[in-house]
Design a protein around this ligand. Structure first.
Ligand code: ADP
Ligand code: MG
Length: 258
């Protein structure tokens, strides 16, 4: 078999040249993402065994769902346990974050207690430069420095809010609250037309998820549980969504779910 050409190796994935021009193969590794928008794991930075397999399935599930409701993503098809075929895109240098409930950075910066419902979804941009600590930037910076134009920004917000509605609903259906998430957006060309699509991955590495199950029913001591982070988030989310491959059991120690 001819060796494939590696295009890029990041922390969580390897990109290979795809079979056709304009395509890429995304290989999901087990390395735990270390970012402020990957708040679910509580790992020591070591890889979680099986995480890549689960993120491949989870990202497929969300992106295929988005494609099916007309929200464009780079996802074409899953190839095997760790790989999926995607459309190559020109990634914009800003990540988009959407927040539904306060947690993490917004709670710290603005002193809003974690778990507070926000009056409306709040969209933020973060400049993709890890050496600078991926700083938050305003539309002003993005347009002034030519990272994207005003039309791109309007399209990005519309895209991110559609992703938010879809993801929030899907998560709620399995007893999970989508607190906030981060997406990468890419540019693709179809003839003379350019459009923006959701790229990279949608997985627990870029979603902050709180467990809502067991909140309604008081436990034996009569305590009603407070919402909090989902335990063993990769396995549990994949299990609840019905995409857990049979040969993957737990990415971390088994935990009891109510
Ligand atoms: P990083 O460590 O830089 O976050 P990852 O391990 O997540 O990298 O690898 C994914 C890389 O591939 C990222 O740099 C991301 O911007 C890029 N990428 C994701 N989807 C696409 C796509 N459809 N086309 C081109 N590049 C992509
Ligand atoms: Mg990444």
């Amino acid at each position: 078999m001819a060796r494939r050409k590696k295009v890029y190796e990041g922390k969580a994935k390897i990109l290979y040249e795809g079979p056709e021009p304009g395509t890429l193969i995304q290989y999901f590794k087990d390395d735990a993402a270390q970012s402020e928008q990957a708040p679910n794991q509580g790992t020591d930075g070591k890889g979680l065994e099986g995480k890549g397999v689960l993120n491949n399935r989870l990202s497929e599930f969300f992106m295929a769902g988005l494609n099916a409701i007309g929200v464009p993503t780079h996802f074409m098809r899953r190839l095997n346990m760790r790989e999926q075929l995607v459309r190559m895109a020109e990634i914009l240098p800003v990540d988009v974050v959407v927040r539904n409930f306060a947690a993490g950075e917004i709670s710290q910066r603005l002193g809003i207690p974690e778990g507070t419902a926000l009056p409306r979804p709040i969209v933020e941009y973060y400049y993709k430069d890890e050496k600078l600590g991926s700083p938050m930037v305003a539309e002003e910076h993005i347009v002034a420095f030519g990272w994207a134009n005003q039309q791109d920004l309007d399209d990005m917000v519309a895209l991110a809010l559609r992703v938010n509605d879809f993801l929030s609903g899907v998560m709620l259906g399995v007893g999970v609250r989508l607190m906030d998430f981060r997406i990468e957006v890419g540019r693709i060309w179809e003839g003379d037309y350019m459009r923006l699509i959701v790229a990279d991955e949608i997985s627990p590495d870029n979603c902050r998820l709180w467990d809502l199950r067991g909140l309604e029913t008081p436990d034996r001591e009569g305590q009603v549980r407070e919402p909090g982070p989902l335990n063993d988030v990769y396995t549990e989310l994949a299990r609840r969504l019905g995409v857990l491959p049979s040969n993957v059991t737990h990415t971390t120690k088994p935990t009891l779910i109510n």
